[in-house]
Ligand binder design. Sequence first.
Ligand SMILES: [Fe+2]
Length: 374
Amino acid sequence: MTQPSRTCADLLCALDRGESLPARWYTDPSITEQEPLLVFRKSWNYVGPLAELANVGDYVTGHAGSVPVVVVRNDKGLAGFVNVCRHRRHQVMKGRGNASLMQCGYHAWTYDLAGGLRRAPRSAAEPDFRLEDFPLLPIRAEALGPFVFVNLDREAPSARDCFGPVLDIIARSGIDLATIQLHSRNEWQARANWKAMLENYLECYHCAVAHPGFSAAIDVRPDVYSLAPHGWFSSQAGRVRTAALEGKAKVELYDVRGEVGESQYHFLWPNLTININPGFPNLSIDVWLPDGPNATRGFSEQFFGPGVSEQFAQSLIAFNKQVALEDDELTDSVQRGLTGGLPERGRFLTNSEQLVIHFQKMVVRALNGSSPIS
Ligand SMILES: [Fe+2]
């Protein structure tokens, strides 16, 4: 394992001065190889909405970094497992749905909803083979509001301890998390390191330059657009522009005149983002997973409040898609810049990009084997 060339303390001090992480942290496979273990196996990974796990037998699959996971509802509540068969390590469950047993599609080893191995064809003829020795590996699963997370680290603080206050901030936007419903889900791929993509998410310094539609809807001026680090998560918030409410925006926009007047963009360590835009009750999430040093794959889920029209839903999804396209162009270019390795370090504006600095400090501490928050 290659160690970062500068010590943790040096890197943290450099970040305080506005000096970014070295370029190779985004391109060097020896850094990327450490992230599954030191970041994703020690943190809360979003898998899906609680509403998809309402009934006994409901299950949702996902990933904690590179580890396939599954959460099921059994008669005791939510249960999380590594979604990998104890036999030949084929993935057991796929997608989402409802099942009375979890059966691997390779050799039909079959687990109950508590993870116990109930049946392994031909195993009765095998000497010294006991079904009870091979349950699915259990992991922590926790619901927070409408969101379900898993964590492979038994020692980690609870999801509520890490992220609980974000629910109160979201409630202030006018969104009722108890009533939002999953509308749609899509998977995506991108050509930049996952950290570069999240760092782009974590500042709006680029909004006025690169997002004309977004900046017409939301007031992105630095004196009114807020950026707040909160330990395990960070939050951005902006007000809808009066011109947009009055239909006087310079570009064509979706209908922003719903009860949600404040946009919010939350980042929950290490790779979940939650977006709320002005208009009728809406919320979307993105999960950003490393796919080697130079690529990211992920999924998005769109939620809307009860009674929100399909026309509004589609127009907001199109708005978000346009912003994502604009961001992908930026982060593709950043990745090409990082790949050359020069300049080795970037220079942040510490008053506009403090959430990026906050994130990079978490990355530095995590890859040093420490708690991501100081
Ligand atoms: Fe952006």
